[in-house]
Design a protein around this ligand. Sequence first.
Ligand code: F6P
Length: 320
Amino acid sequence: MKRIGVVTSGGDAPGMNAAIRAVTRIAHSKNCRVYGFERGWEGLITNAFRELTPRSVGGIIQLGGTILHTSRCLELESEEGVGKAAKTLASNSIDGLVVIGGNGSFKGALELSKHSDTLIAGVPASIDNDVFGTDETIGFDTAVNTAVDEIDKIRDTAISHERIFIVEVMGRTRGFLASTVGLTVGAEIILVPEVKFETGKIVRKLEENNAKGKKSGIIVAAEGVGDTRKLGAEIERDAGTEVRLSVLGYAQRGGSPTARSRLLASLFADKAVELLSQENGNSIVGLLNGRTAALDIKKSCETEKPFDLSLLELANVLAS
Ligand code: F6P
């Protein structure tokens, strides 16, 4: 392995820069040169890259976003796009490619691997934590902490006004972010796409809480549960209580990565470069039971990460 490419793709996640830094420095320590492709898959399609050196990745470990920029590139979904990306890798003699991203990026990587001899290692980075093959993705912990900081503030005003707040967090179609955030802010109710809910049950729970003396409350809802504005209006109507909606939005994707996100970035990068230098490709790396591990990228793409209901059950008891 002489030349390693690195690309950040899809939605950004705090810790991507720490991963770029770690890939570059670890690869250099193994006498490899490193090339960073710009703007996600777009850079592979248009042959846009720059050389990364241990010095050029200095001072970025603490930065959110990605210095390489990122995009959601539909062109890679076409055969023509994949062909162009494969050509870029071949013409630049890239032996191994580290793809830092989430499920969408790994699906692209899988397609690319069918048309290219370059070995690929996926490094899971997504605030959604929805990648099969790792207990946690880079950026998840930072997004959880960002949401928790915001909701702690919302709690203050909820208590003052004796109001119910629905706080919508990201997560795409999954509830990993919502369940962890919900538990750690002490939410009265957590709504995730994996569990069907009935508005009537939410209203009854709020009425019970009110009877117990809980005059305010936080409902943490994953964006994937649907129209939270409509839900808020229904609860307000049926429970006869003031309901406000706060959509946390893109702030969850930014900010300085937490120590945990930086740690995962460094560990995953180490594992990814190790795999490539052993000529072992087309895998994603991850954290399983506290240790870094590797999994076939196809298996990761084809398998839905299981959702742990016990977190919701615990949160429910804690919110009593
Ligand atoms: O996958 C990360 C994520 O932030 C999801 O939580 C969200 O649904 C989506 O990306 C938003 O995507 P975009 O940046 O394309 O608007």
